[in-house]
Design a protein around this ligand. Structure first.
Ligand code: GAR
Length: 192
């Protein structure tokens, strides 16, 4: 079995990244994590990845004259790692069309809502404000429209009395860590 090479983009904690790294240690997993790229030098996930012996890089968009040049440099880093698949795991920047199209069909994202509900930020607080009884998370393909790409997997959780955005986020995060490795397995196994 030839395993697909994966680059992960993060901005912070990196718990979904850790779930992907853990899954890729399974002998029959069809993907391997080659490198982790952050747009924040202080991202905790960079330390976790380096501890796992995975290549890391950080690029601050503010150091580049334009978003295009920043994203071209991200592509150069990912290409230097020869990645087949890009996983966004808490990468908190909106990506430009050129970058998105460069990785079309091979870039996926984890989003903390049951898309198409609650695209964008503050998903848990917005779900609570609406009084929904069910919430969850989605792994989807990344397309130029924000959080609009085709879903690969979703997981639902109940909203419980007394939930705060934090308690709800923690319940959803458990499910994120289940469906992200599973969605990457599906994509990696499906690619030629
Ligand atoms: C996760 O909950 C992820 O779904 C969310 O950020 C968190 C990152 O946590 N992503 C988004 O909101 C993307 N718009 P992590 O760094 O521990 O994986």
């Amino acid at each position: 079995m030839s395993r697909k090479k994966v680059g992960i983009l993060i901005s912070g904690r990196g718990s979904n990244m850790s779930a992907l790294i853990a899954a890729a240690k399974e002998p029959d997993y069809p993907a391997e994590i080659i490198g982790v790229l952050s747009n924040k030098a202080a991202a905790q996930g960079l330390i976790t990845a380096a501890t796992e012996g995975i290549a890391t890089a950080s690029l601050a968009q503010s150091k580049f004259p334009s978003r295009d040049m920043f994203e071209d440099t991200m592509t150069q880093v990912l290409e230097s790692w020869e990645v087949d698949i890009v996983c966004l795991a808490g990468f908190m920047r909106i990506l430009g069309d050129d970058f998105v199209n460069r990785w079309a069909g091979r870039m996926i994202n984890i989003h903390p809502s049951l898309l198409p509900a609650y695209k964008g930020l503050d998903t848990h607080a917005r779900a609570l404000a609406d009084g929904v009884t069910e919430h969850g998370c989605t792994v989807h393909y990344v397309t130029p429209g924000l959080d609009e790409g085709e879903p690969i997997l979703q997981a639902k959780v109940p909203v419980l009395p007394g939930d705060t955005p934090e308690t709800l986020a923690a319940r959803v995060l458990v499910e994120e860590h289940h469906i992200y490795p599973e969605a990457l397995r599906i994509l990696a196994a499906a690619l030629p």
